[in-house]
Design a binder for this molecule. Structure first.
Ligand code: UT7
Length: 323
């Protein structure tokens, strides 16, 4: 059995911060941010727009797109590094909000690779015949974990959620490759220990996302093409047979570098970070939903999804668009 994507959905907060707004907060410029990252705007959660709120809306949109009722969902996996609470899980809260009363629900943390790991985990359950339908969600309110005084990180991130519904079918294409490198975890961190710096009466800096941007950049441009090559070999396919490469939307320069290394046209690499920034686990499902709703995906298209981020973790999965 193979899990096929039969619906997608997304939801982003209403409030939009453009680069100019950030230039009023830290020493930066619209020109620098666009040139070095490809980001022009990001959506920022306010008030009731929590991680669970965005995730639940995205999930409902995905179910509607799939033409399915919430009661039909048997598994919900929510990937997030910015849950509203430690427990209950984001997935259980989504279940409650959408009325997916028959689902088994849990969260998964693989940072920016989270949606990819959720896809692979759901596929493992579906391929074994344990469940027939799964809802996988990537949802983040990274604005809560962002140090708005640190120009090296605050210009990158945004909030949002994306979701996909998978249904088990007899035949189809799916292959996956994943890797983790805990030894290098120190280059991208955010701790929940010792939240308060009592001497300065402020949140301790390490409770916000901290990143060695150059090291993460080098890791992404070398490991993503490697993972894609490994995946193609495993699936016994040629890179030319792939119609779309959906990469985690961290930096446009990373995506251009991967396209070049794979000797593929950049047109095969859709990009939406201009509008949303880096939304971690939500970036790939938001992109998938944007493409689905724009009619950019044809039945039978071969899609490689590739994520990379904290852990360090990375991987690539191959799906066939069947919607
Ligand atoms: O989703 C998780 C995965 N995350 C990523 O994939 C992020 C990967 N890394 C990156 O995207 C890039 O490394 C950044 C966009 C974070 C930084 O770009 P960079 O080209 O690596 O810049 P840099 O850190 O080498 O800094 C270059 C210069 C420095 O000035 P000096 O030392 O050359 O005088 C920085 O101080 O740019 C300066 N700088 C800035 N200038 C204006 C750093 N941040 C800013 C800023 N505005 N926001």
């Amino acid at each position: 059995m193979i899990g096929k994507v039969c619906g997608t959905g997304s939801c982003v907060p209403a409030e939009v911060w453009d680069n100019q707004r950030l230039a009023e907060m830290v020493e930066t410029s619209d020109e620098w941010i666009r040139e070095r990252t490809g980001v022009a705007r990001r959506h920022i959660a306010r008030g009731e727009e929590t991680t669970v709120y965005l995730a639940s809306k995205a999930s409902m949109n995905a179910l509607e797109n799939a033409g399915m009722k919430p009661e039909e969902v048997e598994l919900i996996i929510a990937a997030t590094i910015s849950p509203d609470q430690i427990m209950p899980s984001t997935a259980c809260e989504i279940q409650k909000n959408i009325g997916a009363v028959n689902a088994t629900c849990f969260d998964l943390n693989a940072a920016c690779t989270g949606f990819l790991f959720a896809l692979n985990t759901a596929q493992a359950y579906l391929s074994q015949g344990i469940y027939k339908t799964a809802l996988i969600v990537g949802a983040e309110t990274l604005s809560n974990l962002t140090n708005w005084k640190d120009r090296s990180t605050c210009i990158l991130f945004g909030d949002g959620a994306g979701a996909a519904v998978l249904k088990a079918e007899e035949t189809g294409i799916f292959a996956q490759v994943t890797h983790s490198d805990g030894e290098k975890g120190g280059v991208l961190t955010c701790t929940s220990r010792n939240r308060i710096d009592y001497e300065n009466h402020a949140a301790a800096p390490e409770t916000y996302m901290q990143m060695d941007g150059k090291e993460v950049f080098k890791f992404a441009v070398s490991k993503v093409p490697e993972a894609i090559d490994e995946l193609l070999e495993k699936a016994q396919m040629d890179v030319q047979q792939i119609d779309h490469f959906l990469l985690h939307q961290a930096n446009e320069r990373i995506i251009r570098s991967v396209a070049k290394r794979l000797k593929q046209s950049i047109d095969k690499f859709p990009i939406n970070m201009e509008e949303y920034g880096n939304t971690s686990s939500a970036s790939i499902p938001i992109l998938l939903d944007n493409l689905n709703r724009a009619g950019a995906l044809e039945k039978g298209d071969k899609i490689i999804i590739s994520g990379f981020g904290a852990g360090l973790s990375y991987g690539a999965s191959l799906i066939e668009w069947q919607k």
